[in-house]
Design a protein around this ligand. Structure first.
Ligand code: ATP
Length: 387
């Protein structure tokens, strides 16, 4: 089968399967959601990511039909769903709180939607068998919710949502009530099940690591608007604004001024730095420079090299290790450079060579830094304070 058969280019109903078209929501003077548009391809998992109050749940609820948009439409396969109530939309939902019926066994919870839809006993038995195998919980079919762990309950909730073969799966922070390890396992499970069933999925989270790990594409939201829409790599490596750079992942954010020709002056550092991404900026423009902790390379600075106290065009800086935190797979070092503290993530044996107090050379490739025009500081900080 060729790609053109799978995804016929002219067929917009396939390319744009689920579409939110200029949807907005206001509650009196509060604009929960400014008009925004979003389309999901069939089988895609798209995450809405952002701090509390940015409008993620409002958008999800508009798609589900629980909230009527103030403007705009929701389309599925080209059909306008906006006037339809939730029950008529063929969408499966999993919420943050375990929402199983407490008086029904796991299998009766999953069977519920099938019974409501008049599916025959034989057919629903077949479906239950498939679903319990899919979520790997065959042995728990007869148990009641109070006899299941939080992670197991969420798997049952996922099976219940999938039982009706929904055209769209909506997941509203389904992992946030779970312990860290269960959370990681279930995250992978959800992705596997979503891929195996090919269900188009909209996933809401405020956890950036979760969003990067699970998604085909991520929508970063800020104050009821889309701050950036892209693949996890785009969002992480090429953030579109200081807000996205600082919300997604750990970044060393530095104030700098463009000197022209790809050179920048970082506030508090003594010498200019070569940064490829700064080329388009005119001399004097205020910038924010972002360095991911894994992009920094450290080497010990010997006593006879201590005079290297300035950055050079080759991107070397001198600094001092001031703190270290063991985080398992990496060790995070704090390095004082001029009046900035940079964080550098090193693998175990690399980190062991740099004790606290050591003078180090910090090497930066000119391609390592991501450069953005500085946003008004108050705006970014006020936003991040909500996280
Ligand atoms: P969280 O992660 O905390 O759930 P969110 O990104 O999902 O946040 P929403 O629940 O969509 O945010 O809320 C967006 C904004 O709309 C918030 O300022 C919220 O206070 C407001 N809001 C949501 N629902 C209502 C309502 N029914 N009446 C008034 N304001 C509302």
């Amino acid at each position: 089968m060729t790609d053109s058969v799978l995804f016929p280019v002219a067929d917009h109903s396939v390319a744009d399967y689920l579409v939110a078209e200029s949807v907005s929501k206001s509650y009196g003077a509060t604009h929960a959601l400014n008009p925004l548009s979003l389309s999901l391809q069939k089988g895609e998992l798209v995450t809405l990511l952002g701090p509390s109050g940015c409008g993620k749940t409002t958008l999800l609820r508009i798609v589900a039909g629980f909230t009527a948009p103030s403007t705009g439409r929701v389309l599925l396969g080209g059909r306008d769903l906006t006037p339809l109530p939730p029950a008529k939309r063929r969408m499966g939902m999993v919420f943050q709180a375990y929402s199983l019926f407490p008086n029904l066994s796991a299998e009766d919870n999953v069977r519920f939607g099938l019974t409501v839809r008049g599916v025959s006993r034989a057919e629903s038995e077949k479906k239950l068998k498939e679903l319990f195998a899919l979520i790997g919980l065959e042995e728990a079919r007869k148990r009641y919710p109070h006899q299941l762990s939080g992670g197991q309950q969420q798997r049952i909730a996922l099976a219940r949502a999938l039982a009706i073969e929904p055209q769209v799966l909506l997941l509203d922070e389904p992992l946030s009530a779970l312990d860290a390890q269960v959370r990681l396992n279930l995250r992978d499970e959800i992705r596997r099940v979503q891929r195996e069933t090919g269900t188009t999925t909209l996933f809401v989270t405020h956890d950036q690591e979760e969003a990067l790990a699970i998604s085909d594409r991520v929508v970063v939201m800020q104050q009821g608007r889309v701050a950036q829409l892209g693949t996890p790599e785009d969002i992480y490596r090429r953030p579109a604004s200081p807000f996205v750079a600082e919300f997604v992942g750990t970044a060393n954010g530095l104030d700098a001024v463009a000197l022209g020709g790809g050179m920048v002056e970082v506030a508090g550092w003594n010498a200019p730095l070569a940064v490829e991404g700064a080329r388009p900026f005119a001399r004097g423009e205020k910038l924010r420079l972002y360095l991911r902790p894994e992009e920094l390379r450290l080497s010990e600075l010997r006593p006879n090299e201590l005079r290297l106290s300035e950055s050079g065009p080759e991107g070397d800086l001198s600094g001092q290790v001031t703190d270290r935190r063991f985080l398992g797979s990496i060790t995070r070092l704090s390095v004082q450079v001029g009046n900035s503290t940079l964080v550098a993530d090193l693998q175990g044996n690399e980190a062991a060579a740099h004790p606290v107090g050591q003078q180090v050379r910090v090497s930066l490739s000119p391609l390592a830094a991501h450069v953005l025009r500085a946003a008004p500081v108050a705006e970014t900080q006020a936003e991040l304070a909500h996280v």
